[in-house]
Every structure is written in structure tokens, then in C-alpha cells.
Design a protein around this ligand. Sequence first.
Ligand SMILES: Cc1cc2nc3c(=O)[nH]c(=O)nc-3n(C[C@H](O)[C@H](O)[C@H](O)COP(=O)(O)OP(=O)(O)OC[C@H]3O[C@@H](n4cnc5c(N)ncnc54)[C@H](O)[C@@H]3O)c2cc1C
Length: 495
Amino acid sequence: MSEQTHHHVIVIGTGFAGLGMAIRLRQQGMTDFVVLERAADVGGTWRDNSYPGCACDVPSQLYSFSFEPNPSWSRSFSGQQEIWDYLRHCTDSYGVRPHIRFHHEVLDAAWDHAGRRWRVRTNRGELTSEVLITATGALSNPSIPDVPGLDSFQGKVFHSAQWDHGYDLSDRRVAVVGTGASAIQFVPQIQPEVASLTVFQRTPPWIIPRSDRDNRRFEQTLYRAVPGLQRLVRAGIYCGREFSVLGLAVNPRLLTLLELVARAHLRRQVADPALRARLTPDYTIGCKRILLSNDYLPALTRSNVDLVSAGIAQVGTDWVQAADGTRREVDTVIFGTGFHVTDFPMAVRIRGRDGRSLADVWTEGVQAHRGTTVAGFPNLFMLVGPNTGLGHTSLIYMIESQVAYTIDALRYLRRTGVAAVEVRPQAQLAYNEVVQRRMDGTVWTAGGCASWYLDAQGHNTTLWPTFTWRFRRATRRFQPTEYVAHEHVAQPVAA
Ligand SMILES: Cc1cc2nc3c(=O)[nH]c(=O)nc-3n(C[C@H](O)[C@H](O)[C@H](O)COP(=O)(O)OP(=O)(O)OC[C@H]3O[C@@H](n4cnc5c(N)ncnc54)[C@H](O)[C@@H]3O)c2cc1C
């Protein structure tokens, strides 16, 4: 049987955002949609990042859907497998799986204004829809730096988001490039098995203790019996995390206390003053993501570990050399170098009303209205779009806000019968002026660091600059006055 090729809605991606969107669509009775996923399973981040030690760094009670609490979380910060299982459970229990087309990579999508529809080209053929919702993730395309000589390396090379579980690390001489959120999770896990481990650090991260523990059986039973209690715990964690915005975004001087905690943690875990000095950041805490770990710093003090305080500059057949000239012979290179974030990989693939791609439009500055819609791109809704990222709390909160906003827009289309909505440039501009004004003076712009939050021009187009409840408020209602409504075009009647 041939598959239907036109749908009311096409969603791209099956991470938290795509699944959350699909669940809400079904709950609204909007069942004419497909979800296109390039991989073989759902899960996004939590399918791909299977490196040893991978876990969330926002407590699971908060890092989960608000409508699907899980009383059975095994720990405060659950591991990758458990979060992935949770997403598969949501997929099946909310009836989303029949809507998903796996192994469908979206190659490009173009708005056909005459037909008032999106033409979506995939590796398996073309589909069309009235509405296109991207949920392709901000951290889903691994970034490997373009290091001279990397092609000539004779050993094994992989990125932490593409961990090769068939490759035995025992007795290997391993170079780890990068000291971000992923590296600090897998370094302590692989350190005991490898022969030697050289960590190439361009900039040290600020690290604070991770208050992780097993959830007790009685807590899980209690949450099952009294769901309100779990909601209360979730709300408590949310408020605690929002409190940190006072330091990150209102007055960075308030972060001094957190810096003292991080310094004490470093002193407790690293006895050698010289090593400690190399592990002490020279920028304000919070400017880059604050990392949580109890075992990364101790791992660096082990006899088989060596810290090089410079990024890698060159690779040879069996060696890696840092920018300061330090060279190490290795047989394995693992990149913990993060993802393509500010260049939005999907942006080159989406073309709007005048044929220009999002990437072209964004050369003049990356922005979206309420993080979700862009002038010139009718009926396009982007989940986790510009300035919706977070440094301090759960991204699921932002995703659920955007999903509600998008659903409200779809209800408007249904109610009014208009074919498409397109944000007015003035509304988009006004919104983004407020966002960037709020960004001024935050630790992300004034903290003295170069982070992956900033684009090539030094603008922070990644993070939401204030309390997250403000974003919830900004996306509570779809405001028709901020949009142009495109009516249906009368189709010529055949003679
Ligand atoms: C290791 C790690 C730990 C993290 N921990 C936290 C945390 O503790 N708290 C927090 O708030 N956030 C955390 N994050 C951020 C995390 O990415 C988000 O919280 C969330 O999972 C993003 O969901 P998403 O659906 O937007 O994107 P993703 O989970 O990245 O899903 C995107 C999906 O789109 C698919 N896709 C992409 N392009 C295409 C295409 N062209 N065609 C078809 N399909 C496509 C991908 O295959 C993928 O399945 C973490 C990220 C990483 C990498």
C-alpha cells in the first residue's frame, strides 16, 4: 500500500521536543500528522549519547514531561538508558509510534506559497504539509574541529555522541579532546581501563559537587501513592533552579558564593597546587555551563592521566599535538567537543516564501519570534529555536511552552480557516530587541569567556536570558495581531 504523502502537519525529530509535540497533537485530536526521524529509533539526545557515564545534569524529577511524571526514577540524575527508556515509554503509551517514519532524513523543505504548503524532500521521497514543525535539536549534530592532519591518523577516532561500543579501550593510549559536559562524565569512567589518558583542555570548566543519590524504594512507592507529592518535589526543584537566575542574569556578583563552592570542591579533590592552578578558570562562574561532578577532578589526579592545558593544534599518524607544542603518542582520539549549535544545521535546509534559506536570512542576525516563528516562513514552527536554550534548568520546560504556543497557533488556523500565518517583521524585531536588552549585563555576555552560546559576531542567540516563567508567559497565547494571515488561494476550476 502506498503511503500518504500529504499531511496537515509534518514534525521533524523524535527527541523530547518532537515527541512532546506529537503527544499534544494527538491529545488535541489533530491526528493528520507524521513525524520524520532520520534514525532507527526515537530518543534524540538520549538515543545518540550512549557514552559511559552519560546522564542528565538537571534532576530527573524536573527533566521529564510535566504530564508524565515517572515515580520510578532510580536516581536524582538518571542515566542515558533510563531516560531513553522513558522516551520510548511515552512514545508507546501516548500512541505516537504509528505516526513516526524512521530512516526519513529531511534533506530540505521549501514553502510553496501558491499551494500554501511545505514541500519536504526526504531521502525516501517528497511529502507535503500545511504546517512544518522542526524539532531537530540544538545538540544533535556532533562537531569535530577541523584539525590539520586528522585524516592521517592511523588509530581510532570518534566523537562522544557516536561512541563505538565495539571498540575495546583496555590498555589503549587515549587522547580526550575537550573538557565540557560530556567529557567530564566519560573521563572518570574510562580512566581505570585505559593504559594512558591525555586530556586536552582549552579552557577549564567550573565544577561544583553533584548531589546525586539512589532514590529509595519508599520514595518511589510514596510518589506512586501520592502523585501530588512528586509534583511538589518537582516544583521545589524548579524554584531552586530559577533562583540561580538572580546570579546568572540579574547580578553576576551574586555568583561569588557559587564560585567559593567550586573553589572549595577543587581544593578538596586536587591536592597538587600546580594542577589545581591549571584547573582554575579565569572567567566568571556561569559564563560557560557550570558542570556537576564528583569524580572528574579525582580522575585527573590518577597516575595514568595527564592534563595538557591547551587545545589540539595538529595530528600525525600516531600522535596529537597541542597548541603549546606538547605532543603525545596515542592510538585513540575521543572528541568531547560538543555540537554545531549557533550555526543551526537545519537552517540551510529550510527555504521560505521568497526562496531564501533560514541560513541566508540569519546572516543578518539569528532570531525568531518567541523562539519559534520567523518572518518570511509561513506556518513554520521551530522547537528549541533561537534564544530558547538554558544554562541552569530543564529544557523540557521551554519545549512544553513552545509546544503549547504552536498548538494554540494550530487551533487559530482551524478556527479561522486561514491557510497560513506568518509573523510580522516588526513583531519579531520588537521581541528580539527585548531579548537582547535582557542579555546585556548577564554573566553570558559580561562573564569574560568565549562559549558555544555565542555566535561568530559574539551575540548570544542561544540562551534565554532571564527567568523561564517569563518565556512561559511570552508563549502562553498565540497573538494573531503579531501575524499576517494568508488566505487560501482559490484553485482554478477545470473547464
Ligand atoms: C549529553 C547531553 C546531556 C544533556 N543533559 C541535559 C540536561 O540534563 N538538562 C537539559 O535541560 N538538557 C540537557 N541536554 C540538552 C538536550 O539536548 C535537550 O534537553 C533535549 O533532549 C533536546 O531535545 P530535542 O528534541 O530538542 O532534540 P534532540 O534530542 O537532539 O532530537 C532531535 C531529533 O531530530 C532528529 N533529526 C535531526 N535532523 C534531522 C533531519 N534532517 N531529518 C530527520 N530527523 C532529524 C535527530 O535524529 C533527533 O532524533 C543534554 C544534551 C546532551 C547532548
